[in-house]
Design a protein around this ligand. Structure first.
Ligand SMILES: [Fe+2]
Ligand SMILES: [Fe+2]
Length: 147
């Protein structure tokens, strides 16, 4: 049987989500700096709005953690520094996939605790991350074998 979620546990999980958002931002800033050539230039332009979207997610999560009585740790899980376009895109894709999975779990937890407004907002985050994931899937799909 699944153990019932507590408010404290949900705050901890939201803090881990926040860490993953920061990880995504750092990765995208890294890729933005290290993507060279014509394709790299395209990637820089693609990542620009993504970075802003993830910053909005961080702002939301930090405010929500505080509203729920917690303190956001702003700790970032370790992350790789990819150097080829393929590694960048595949790694970013795996991070977006994780985000969709995590927010899907979080929706259930918010629902279990009767946190309806949080649940609705988390569903919006799932929509954002799914869009990011699908965009990255398209980009990975379009890579030629030597990239
Ligand atoms: Fe995000
Ligand atoms: Fe994202």
């Amino acid at each position: 049987m699944r153990r019932a979620i507590t408010k404290q546990k949900l705050i901890e999980h939201l803090d881990q989500d926040l860490g993953r958002e920061l990880q995504a931002i750092l990765l995208y800033l890294w890729c933005r700096s290290m993507a060279f050539g014509i394709r790299g230039h395209e990637l820089r332009e693609i990542l620009e709005p993504e970075i802003h979207a993830e910053v909005k997610h961080v702002e939301f999560l930090a405010d929500k953690i505080i509203a729920m009585g917690g303190t956001p740790s702003f700790s970032v899980p370790p992350w790789k520094r990819p150097t080829t376009l393929r590694e960048m895109l595949e790694y970013a894709l795996s991070i977006e996939r994780e985000a969709v999975k995590a927010y899907t779990e979080r929706v259930d937890e918010a629902n279990e605790l009767g946190e309806t407004a949080l649940q609705v907002k988390l569903e919006e985050l799932i929509t954002d991350e799914t869009e990011h994931m699908e965009l990255l899937q398209r980009l990975v799909k379009g890579l030629s074998p030597e990239m």
